[in-house]
Design a protein around this ligand. Structure first.
Ligand SMILES: [Zn+2]
Length: 172
């Protein structure tokens, strides 16, 4: 989505519809835009309509709401889904996986994979969602691309391991 579409179609319409007296600052809009820029322009108006039809107020987490509506758009436009099954998401590795490391009380690091809650593209069953606030509070650190297990462990093996153990490993 280009920036013009984001500000003219999405922000402007939502601010008007929800009578937002304070227009979001440019820095907030830039941060939001960075998170949704990979969503295609053609879905923008549909997303706006859907937000207006289903949300009582201006969304508290606009990028997450937009991603949720985009997934609905894909579901209701199966012909687009085949073409755009993978969208490049800035919150994960681009395929829907978030990698994180948790160091145990003996100082041994354990690496885990989570499902990205923003784009929700991971298809394997049983992978827990990455919950940044809860997992970071529990001592998990998100890995950046190139760190740790990125690209070194077959995802299939990793997800089998994670699905069984990650919830036991975390103290909540
Ligand atoms: Zn993602």
């Amino acid at each position: 989505m280009n920036k013009h579409t984001f500000s003219e179609v999405i922000i402007k319409n939502l601010c008007a519809y929800y009578e937002r007296k304070v227009i979001p600052t440019e820095s907030a809009r830039d941060l939001w835009y960075a998170k949704i820029r990979n969503i295609p322009d053609e879905s923008a108006q549909w997303i706006v309509d859907r937000i207006q039809d289903t949300q009582e107020t201006f969304p508290r987490n606009l990028p997450a709401t937009i991603w949720g509506m985009y997934r609905e758009w894909l579901d209701s436009h199966p012909e687009k889904q085949a073409r755009q099954q993978r969208v490049k998401c800035p919150d994960c590795n681009g395929d829907g996986y978030v990698f994180a490391v948790l160091t145990d009380k003996d100082g041994h690091p354990h690496e885990y994979v989570f499902r990205c809650p923003v784009c929700d593209q991971a298809t394997e069953i049983g992978i827990p969602y990455w919950d940044r606030i809860a997992h970071e509070a529990a001592g998990c650190q998100k890995l950046s691309q190139g760190e740790g297990i990125y690209g070194r462990v077959p995802l299939k093996d990793l997800t089998a391991m994670v699905a069984k153990t990650v919830n036991d490993a975390l103290p909540f």
